[in-house]
Structure formats: C-alpha cells, structure tokens
Design a binder for this molecule. Structure first.
Ligand code: GSH
Length: 237
C-alpha cells in the first residue's frame, strides 16, 4: 500500500501537470500544494528541492503540513523520474505496461518528447527558433503513433500520454492567442499548419487526450494566459 504523497506543483507548470495527470489516472491519493514560483518560500529549497523547481514529491514519513516537510519523507524531483515513480507505486494502473518492449517504447516516446517537442516549442516561444522546428518535431512524434490507436503506446493510457499532453495544450494556447516572443502572427500561422491534413493523425490523438478528465481537472487556461503574457512580454514586432 503506497504511503502519503505530497505533490509540490504550480498550476501553470507543464512539468507539474504531467505528474498530476498521472496521479489522477492511477486514482492515487495525494496532497497537492501550490508553490508560489514568483515568491518562492525558503523552506521549499531548503527542505524539498534544492534547485527550487516544481514538480517535487515528498513521499512517505508522517502526514505533515506541506509547508513543514518532514526529513523522514523521501524527496523525489524531475518530472519524468516522478512519472516512473508513480507508475512503480501503482503497477496495476497500466501507467507503465508490463511488457518489456512496450515499456521500452514508452521510455523512448518520453525521451523523444523532450528532444522533439519540449525543446523546439520552448525555443519558438522564446523567439529563438522558427515554428518549422516545432512542426518537424511533431512530425517525428506523429510517426510514433499508430492510426486508430487511442493512446501513444499500447492499448492503455501510459506516462507517455501524461508526458506529452501538457506541452501540446500550452502550444494550442499559443496558436490561439499568438502569445510568445516570436514575430507577430507566427503563433496563428503555426496553428493553421497544424490544422492541415499532414498532421491529422497527431491532432486526432491530441483531441482524444484533451477530453480526458485528468487533463480537464488540471488545466487552467486563464492562468496559463496570464503567466505567458508576463513571461513573454517584450516580443519582437
Ligand atoms: N527538468 C525539470 C524542470 C522543472 C521546471 O523547469 N519547473 C519549472 C516550472 S515548469 C519551475 O519550477 N520553474 C521555477 C524556477 O525555475 O524557479 C522537470 O522535468 O521536473
């Protein structure tokens, strides 16, 4: 029986959302604590995550106030590590398949998300790279999906699905609002490209995933837009 789990998160953090979605998909009990990333409490870096980032998990130990973390709980950081940890805690959740080949496929998919989605999307948002790199990355990921299959890997929701969707949900907001440091209009243009037949398989997969309660429960579009406007102010015109 898993022990107490406290998830330190922020409501617009993509990496936090990945972990929270996995916990919800596993029906795992957990305590969520919103860390104010713009005014970080001292105890968070001294007692939970020395690098001061969310998500972070305090697992086990006594059931304490999240603002007074116990030295007896294990502190686990790095979202992709936490995803695997949650899958290990709940082996029957299907978050990681039992079959070794499928497990390898899930891990490959997650690795590909970092290289082909996270990095190009962030570079585009920062105005450092064109959206072409985002499209190339999505094309690579689309190549890993099977037509007609509901999930990224196998026939069950896995941590691969939890890992990619928060990135794509943010990208969708960018294509609908044009918020980012890229030249004006490029967000909308990227959105138009993604609506084309070339990306139909990927977009159908995304639409299915955005309907899941685990996504809807953890997605706060208004807050994302507010924070993005603050983060990406001062764009190139
Ligand atoms: N590689 C880390 C990245 C975590 C990360 O960058 N978290 C951001 C929010 S999405 C954060 O806490 N930023 C606050 C800061 O750096 O001060 C992971 O995957 O967990």
């Amino acid at each position: 029986m898993p022990e107490q789990l406290t998830l330190y998160l922020h409501k617009v953090s993509t990496h936090s959302q990945k972990v929270e979605m996995a916990l919800l998909e596993a029906n795992a009990p957990y305590k969520g604590y919103q860390v104010d990333l713009f005014n970080k409490p001292e105890w968070f870096t001294s007692k939970v995550n020395p690098v001061g980032k969310v998500p972070a998990v305090a697992y086990g130990g006594p059931d304490v106030d999240p603002e007074d973390p116990s030295p007896l709980s294990a502190k686990i950081i790095e979202s992709n590590v936490i995803l695997e940890f949650v899958a290990d805690l709940y082996p029957d959740s299907g978050l990681l398949p039992k079959d070794p080949v499928l497990r390898a496929n899930v891990r490959f998919f997650i690795d590909a998300i970092t290289k082909h989605v996270q990095e190009p999307v962030y570079a585009f948002l920062q105005g450092l790279e064109s959206y072409e790199n985002v499209l190339k990355g999505i094309e690579f990921i689309q190549g890993l999906l099977d037509e007609g299959r509901e999930f990224a890997i196998g026939d069950h929701y896995t941590i691969a699905d939890a890992c990619i969707i928060p990135h794509i949900a943010k990208l969708k907001i960018v294509t609908e609002t044009d918020i980012g440091k890229f030249p004006v209009g490029m967000g909308y243009k990227l959105g138009e490209e993604l609506k084309g037949p070339k990306f139909a398989k990927f977009m159908k997969y995304v639409e299915r995933m955005l309907e899941r309660p685990s996504f809807k429960q953890t997605h706060d579009e208004e807050s994302v837009i507010t924070v993005f406007k603050r983060l990406f102010a001062g764009r190139v015109q």
